[in-house]
Design a binder for this molecule. Structure first.
Ligand SMILES: [Zn+2]
Length: 161
């Protein structure tokens, strides 16, 4: 799969104290009958840290954005939480910027091709109305400049991938 976009989602579930990621995977496999969780990466608060979680391998087509045929050419990144009324915490926001900037770098994606699900599917609010997607792209661009200069600092994010 040629990756042209990164698409941000939310789980639209409360982020409880434990890891919800395995339950999301079970739901997608058992209730929806998919071969695996629909997303490629997850971001979830877990105790004092933010965890980056593994979903489908990035070379496998996801099941996260049927609109505009985007499952064919994008990676799906899901932040656990509900964000229509409350914005993500600063920690989750920063981790999302850091993770998306690194994925964009690795997959040769310009920041303007990092999108929110709702930008392709107008019926949805995903990843939540409180995500300012233009600001997110600006912050990703800034982080990529830091990466290029060798000055980027990763926050308290634990990569489980
Ligand atoms: Zn979505």
């Amino acid at each position: 799969m040629r990756v042209r976009y990164l698409i941000l989602h939310c789980s639209d579930t409360e982020d409880g104290p434990g890891l919800s990621w395995p339950a999301i995977r079970r739901y997608h496999m058992e209730e929806r009958g998919w071969s695996d969780i629909g997303y490629h990466y997850g971001i979830e608060r877990y105790g004092p840290r933010i965890a980056v979680l593994r979903g489908r391998p990035p070379w496998v087509r996801g099941a996260h954005c049927r609109a505009a045929g985007r499952n064919r050419d994008s990676l799906g990144v899901c932040v656990v939480g509900k964000f229509d009324e409350d914005p993500p915490s600063l920690g989750v926001y920063d981790a999302t910027v850091q993770v998306l900037a690194r994925l964009a770098w690795a997959f040769h994606i310009e920041p303007d091709r990092v999108a929110g699900h709702r930008e392709f599917d107008k019926r949805k609010t995903c990843p939540g109305l409180k995500w300012d997607l233009d600001k997110l792209r600006e912050d990703i661009m800034r982080e990529m400049v830091e990466l290029a200069s060798g000055n980027a600092v990763m926050g308290d994010v634990r990569w489980l991938i």
